[in-house]
Design a protein around this ligand. Structure first.
Ligand SMILES: [Zn+2]
Length: 256
């Protein structure tokens, strides 16, 4: 009989494979990164991809490759031979500092990394990931892997109350209220980074951005499910938000 913990391990394994399907852990980056999620009802524990697996790439991890850790980064349980990821402190420190966060993602996404090294401040140039970069992203100012308690705490302090932060020349972290939220924040952050890279190459470091007033103005528009031609249909269908990209990635990850 499967337990709640087995169910969490399954969902976390799928979310790790989603990062591969989404191209955030491919090629030279295939084994770099991890997703974590708190254990429901036991907020001082979380499930994350283990390290030292026989085939240690995100696209191949299975439910049984997941490990359970505490908020100080210590291993509670896991398969024989597996350890916590070497950057487990990213997860434990952020989950300790942010009770509002259920899930943390860390990968080394190419466009976000190169922009961090260039010192180019991402700004909204496309809708995807726009909310994440309306204010300059916080940057953890060290290329070294986050392996100690002190480094993890410093990263959590840099992140503060934000949903995303960059690690200089190294990677990015995103957080969310569930796995989908945290993973899609990373997908959209890298999409926004790619569009910033295009803008940087086309128009230089002072390229234009979507004006803040325009973003604000949209927030004052009526919701689409309040519009006369949509209202009844949306109520009948019960559709509250579009999740197509996540569903597509999760479906593909289930097949792997
Ligand atoms: Zn890393």
């Amino acid at each position: 009989m499967s337990s709640d913990l087995d169910s969490v391990k399954h969902d976390v394994a799928i979310a790790n494979r989603v990062l591969s399907v989404a191209g955030l852990a491919a090629g030279a980056l295939a084994s770099l990164g991890h997703v974590s999620m708190r254990v429901p009802g036991e907020p001082d524990k979380f499930v994350v991809k283990g390290r030292g697996l026989a085939f240690d790439v995100l696209g191949a991890v299975r439910d049984e490759d997941m490990v359970v850790c505490d908020l100080n980064g210590f291993l509670i349980e896991g398969p024989k031979g597996a350890t916590q990821p070497n950057e487990v402190m990213i997860h434990s420190s952020i989950l300790r500092a942010r009770p509002d966060v259920t899930s943390v993602v860390h990968v080394h996404p190419r466009y976000a990394v190169v922009l961090s090294t260039l010192g180019h401040t991402m700004r909204p140039v496309a809708r995807e990931g726009m909310p994440l970069v309306r204010e300059p992203l916080p940057v953890y100012p060290n290329v070294a892997l986050v392996t100690t308690q002190e480094e993890g705490t410093e990263l959590a302090n840099v992140l503060g109350t934000r949903q995303a932060a960059l690690l200089f020349g190294h990677g990015a972290v995103t957080v969310g209220t569930d796995l989908e939220d945290a993973v899609m924040n990373m997908v959209n952050l890298e999409e926004q980074a790619k569009m910033n890279w295009y803008a940087y190459c086309a128009a230089g470091p002072d390229h234009a951005r979507i004006p803040e007033e325009m973003i604000q103005a949209e927030r004052n528009k009526p919701r689409f499910d309040d519009l006369p031609h949509m209202k009844d249909l949306v109520q009948q269908a019960g559709v509250v938000h579009a999740r197509g990209a996540w569903q597509n990635y999760a479906h593909l990850a289930e097949q792997e």
